[in-house]
Design a protein around this ligand. Structure first.
Ligand code: SAH
Length: 253
């Protein structure tokens, strides 16, 4: 990768045109897979829009980040399908539909302006990369050393100066970066840890999967997307559609 990507500046100026011409410097289509990366990504973006994502900045960011670079080479042909895929150590990269939905919710809660954002669950680093197109500063924390290292490798080519990868237990958040305009979790727990609410700015929004049923501590409980808004009057919570995320776990490994 010789050229440094020019977002978010370019995304700010040309979000609507991205479906035709994604803001990548060069389509890095994997050779021998019969896949023209930018065209396949543009089709993915069109499907996201058809599925109800209306935020042009979110669609532009989804069109800009090459998802196939974050998955195992054996899975590259599925990289732009709306499906979660294994990323190793029992974890998964979230579906593009869910990533874009959560990012749209985050931006809606912040009048479209995302300042500092905390992401819990870096995984392969894909969502962190998309977020870095939309936010001023991104802190992304991962509890599994193997994935933290993999994310760093996956993200190297993008040279995203506003993305900070952290190794640690995201259950306690990351107080040094607080307060956050937004917090997004890619793993579902029984409840939202108090530390996250504490580290959210007044006026900020948190989006996270939470377990809504099933035995406490079981991985098989049903989950729903929770939107939590922190206002001067207190915390307002809304439960949205069912989702399926890997469990939020404490400690590092
Ligand atoms: N956004 C990621 C999704 C990764 S899956 C991507 O684009 O690939 C969710 C991740 O959350 C897993 O890697 C898992 O290890 C991590 N995780 C679970 N509990 C955590 C915790 N307490 N702190 C940090 N990361 C956590």
């Amino acid at each position: 990768m010789k050229q440094r990507p020019s977002f978010p500046a370019r995304l700010d100026t040309a979000p609507a045109s991205v479906a035709k011409k994604p803001a990548t410097s060069k389509p890095a289509a994997p050779q021998g897979h019969g896949m023209e990366s930018s065209a396949v990504r543009a089709r993915m973006v069109q499907k996201l829009a058809a599925g109800g994502i209306t935020d042009a900045h979110v669609l532009a960011a989804m069109g800009a980040i090459e998802r196939h670079r974050f998955v195992d080479s054996a899975l590259i042909n599925q990289a732009y399908e709306d499906t979660s895929l294994p990323i190793g150590l029992g974890q998964t990269i979230s579906k593009p539909g869910v990533v874009s939905r959560m990012l749209e919710l985050l931006r809606n809660g912040n009048n479209g302006k995302l300042g500092r954002v905390l992401e819990i669950g870096t995984g392969c680093g894909y969502q962190a990369a998309v977020l870095s197109c939309l936010a001023t500063e991104v802190y992304s924390i991962e509890r599994l050393r193997g994935l933290h290292d993999r994310a760093r490798d996956n993200l190297r080519h993008l040279r995203l100066a506003n993305l900070h990868l952290l190794f640690g237990d995201g259950m306690v958040g990351y107080p040094k970066g607080a307060p956050y305009a937004a917090i997004i979790a890619a793993a579902g727990g029984e409840a939202v840890p108090q530390a996250w609410v504490d580290q959210l700015a007044v006026g900020g929004r948190l989006v996270a999967p939470v377990v809504t049923s099933g035995a406490p501590g079981s991985a098989g409980g049903a989950q729903a997307l929770l939107v939590l808004d922190k206002t001067a009057q207190g915390v307002r919570q809304t439960l949205l559609e069912a989702v399926h995320f890997v469990p939020l776990k404490s400690g590092v490994a």
